[in-house]
Ligand binder design. Structure first.
Ligand SMILES: C[S@@+](CC[C@H](N)C(=O)[O-])C[C@H]1O[C@@H](n2cnc3c(N)ncnc32)[C@H](O)[C@@H]1O
Length: 446
């Protein structure tokens, strides 16, 4: 029987482990307490903030004996912003925590006893190509910032170390435009006001989306003039979002102004709708996709890729695997349209069939052939549906290449495939340094 502790209690204890979000874990007798910002090996003073029967959360009050892995976070907003979890931990140690987290999760969820290598990493900072910030008010001023942890209070921010300087520049330009023109900010309670979010994807040029509660972008001419003067090359879109809730982009995105010519990714000419998914860290994506190609080196069977997004992986594989035919399945229509254009520009239009459908539905209807074939999946965090697993087992793919952004669902799915497949290769990639997230490439073979 665990002794139940109460909120407000203060304790001094040693941090004995890390949790799945990079937090430290102390134990009061056997009662686990999760403490943000505490590192394994440290002696800390904590106050219990939220207690349940089996566990509690605690606030770090004092570090009595710091860990040698503790470093000073470089971001001034780190304590308040919920974007990063691990800036206080030396980078090498972050990688080790992620490695161990995958190893333990695969053991727990799939019963796998395998040793997982250190995540491959390219860049600790300035790696994100995508920025999404809410608009808020500070007195009379319109600000752009982040939601303070567990609230919807916008804390103004001028820069983020996960993005390069382009981000600070655009935050400044867009905030100036909003203030010069006195544009109202959306109020989630009163459901009035206009500006909701700024979303930017930066490849060769910045593609900027203003999300507003209305059907057209207010003061668009003024913003276009500013962007032309300050950035020169840009694309501006407006996304109307009049729905309640936390979804950032509306269902549609309309072009307003600027360059729409294709940009270069992995040697492919790419034009993307802001509604299409793109990995946020292109350097690491590049390494990961090269590794996928290496795992398929010499393979000449057909390839089905589920959750294919804008098909950058499919197209780059099709270039390297001239004997294979490809089917790429993706649910977002804009991404499928982008994928078709990318493949056509690369001269691969007739080698890849792009299918806009739910992956589960596609697999349900798949007729099973005896041809040599491999499956690639790169699902969202929730992993793949059980009907996809059932059909995969029936279809007897030679190989399954599983790119996962969530070790928990990766483990669950591997367990369901284990009757026929075993892990032949595993390699994590640090797509999201300073956060607890990690990408894992797994090859399963019969
Ligand atoms: C993690 S992303 C991977 C995209 C792509 N492989 C890449 O690396 O850019 C997951 C993709 O799955 C798509 N998706 C989500 N649910 C889906 C479903 N039920 N069926 C098909 N695609 C889905 C998303 O739109 C997104 O493009």
């Amino acid at each position: 029987m665990l002794e139940r502790h109460r909120g407000g209690e203060e304790h001094i204890a040693e941090v004995i482990d890390f949790g799945m979000n990079g937090e430290g874990i102390i134990k009061l007798d056997n009662y686990p307490v999760f403490v943000n910002n505490a590192i394994k090996g440290e002696k800390v003073k904590v106050r219990l903030t939220y207690t349940k029967k089996d566990y509690a959360f605690g606030e770090l009050l004092e570090i009595i004996e710091p860990s040698p892995d503790r470093v000073k976070p470089i971001c001034p907003y780190y304590a308040k912003c919920g974007g990063c979890d691990m800036q206080h931990i030396a980078y090498e140690k972050q990688l080790e925590i992620k490695r161990l987290h995958i190893e333990r999760t695969l053991k727990k969820n799939a019963g796998l006893e395998i040793s997982v290598p250190t995540p491959i990493s390219k860049n600790q900072w300035k790696y994100r190509n995508k920025l999404a910030l809410p608009f808020g008010k500070r007195g009379d001023r319109v600000v752009l910032g982040f939601y303070e942890k567990q609230t919807h209070k916008v804390v103004p921010m001028k820069f983020c170390p996960l993005h390069d300087e382009w981000a600070s520049n655009i935050i400044r330009i867009v905030s100036e435009w909003a203030n010069e023109n006195n544009i109202s900010v959306y109020d989630e309670i009163a459901l009035d006001g206009f500006l909701r979010h700024l979303v930017v994807r930066k490849l060769d040029r910045a593609e900027i989306v203003i999300v507003g509660n209305g059907d057209k972008l207010e003061y668009s001419t003024e913003l276009v003039l500013k962007l032309k003067k300050e950035l020169g090359n840009y694309t501006l879109y407006f996304s109307p979002n009049t729905e309640r809730g936390n979804v950032i982009l509306g269902n549609t995105v309309g072009y307003i102004s600027g360059d729409t010519s294709p940009q270069d990714i992995l040697g492919l000419k790419v034009s993307l709708s802001p509604l299409s998914f793109l990995q946020v860290n292109l350097d690491v994506m590049n390494e990961l996709y090269n590794d996928v190609a290496k795992q398929l080196d010499g393979y000449d069977g057909d390839i089905i890729e589920l959750f294919s997004g804008v098909g950058i992986l499919t197209s780059s594989l099709a270039k390297r695997m001239p004997k294979s035919t490809f089917k790429a399945v993706e649910i977002v229509p804009e991404a499928v349209e982008d994928a078709k254009v990318i493949a056509k520009k690369a001269g691969l239009g007739d080698r890849i069939e792009f299918i806009c459908e739910d992956a589960g539905k596609y697999m349900e209807d798949l007729s099973i052939s005896q041809k040599k074939k491999a499956l690639i999946v790169d699902p969202p965090r929730k992993g793949i549906d059980s009907n996809v697993i059932e059909k995969t087992l029936l279809a007897r793919f030679d190989k399954i290449i599983y790119v996962s952004c969530n070790p928990a669902t990766l483990g669950r799915d591997i367990k369901l495939l284990q009757d026929i497949y075993k892990v032949a290769y595993i390699q994590p990639y640090d797509m999201f340094p300073q956060t607890m997230h990690v990408e894992t490439l797994v090859v399963l073979e019969k």
